[in-house]
Design a protein around this ligand. Structure first.
Ligand code: ATP
Length: 246
């Protein structure tokens, strides 16, 4: 469905991505993990047309998308839920959902989807007329995800949805993301919270200083000794196998 092939992205003299490649299959759930500054956000920005690609190619459902405008890429079926959430503090929850449907012409269908979002996220349903700027961090994250889903993406990209959220809210968010995937939407999830991402994704990539250094099923990546030590805070993978580490 999505193929990123050997892309390079630069901020001036900083090489944020170097020969990075990844794929997401139809309906697949893929996560991208890595430390601060590894280039994870840059990867999502490159796919959604917010960051120029200096070399390499990105194709979505057989169409070359690098070099296209971000609005055109949304129209092709890719939604990007950015790290900073990018909500408008003076707009209500309901207005954000309407804005998420901006590429759609079927207003009756969009209204039905809006009702569905309010069912998926009952917490924001209670606050549909509340200004986004007055919502908690977890509620804002849910509005950002719901807004992205309003474009009916076939691929939803999420950048650190757990950032700044209390563990109890992250525990509520993970099943929502899994449900979105179960309904047929492919997901590319970027997370520093590797434990959460590897628990819910099918496949994973590890990015280090702009380069993909590991790829495999989420289980394989979780059991990788280096990943366990660097990203999961486990002393050794054997401990995980024997159950010695929670
Ligand atoms: P984080 O988890 O901290 O968001 P990340 O893995 O998403 O990190 P990126 O934000 O993609 O990493 O950044 C990759 C590299 O590019 C870093 O070295 C960063 O400092 C640099 N970078 C990112 N944005 C800019 C910018 N606007 N101008 C210059 N350098 C940038």
């Amino acid at each position: 469905m999505l193929a990123v092939e050997g892309i390079h992205c630069r901020y001036g003299r900083i090489n944020a991505l170097r020969d990075a490649s990844l794929t997401v299959g139809q309906g697949e759930f893929v996560c991208l993990i890595g430390a601060n500054g590894a280039g994870k956000s840059t990867m999502l920005r490159a796919i959604s047309g917010l960051m120029p690609v200096a070399e390499g190619a990105i194709t979505f459902e057989g169409k070359r998308i690098d070099g296209r405008k971000a609005s055109a890429i949304v129209g092709l079926g890719i939604a990007h839920c950015p790290e900073e959430r990018k909500l408008w503090p003076q707009l209500t929850v309901a207005e954000h959902l309407d804005l998420g449907a901006f590429t759609r012409r079927d207003s009756a269908d969009a209204a039905r989807d809006r009702d569905r979002m309010l069912e998926i996220f009952p917490r924001i349903a209670e606050r549909r007329d509340q200004l986004a700027g007055t919502l908690s961090g977890g509620e804002q994250q849910m509005v950002a995800i719901a807004r992205a889903l309003m474009s009916r993406p076939r691929l939803l990209m999420m950048d650190e949805p757990s950032l700044g959220l209390a563990p109890v809210i992250i525990d509520q968010l993970a099943p929502v993301i899994s449900d979105i995937h179960a309904s047929g939407t492919a997901i590319l999830l970027v997370e520093q919270n590797a434990a959460m991402a590897l628990a819910i994704a099918d496949r994973a990539y590890v990015l280090e200083t702009g380069t993909i250094v590991r790829a495999g099923t989420a289980g394989e990546i979780r059991r990788d000794p280096k990943v366990a030590e660097a990203y999961l805070g486990l002393a050794a993978p054997e401990d995980e196998e024997t159950g010695a580490v929670p």
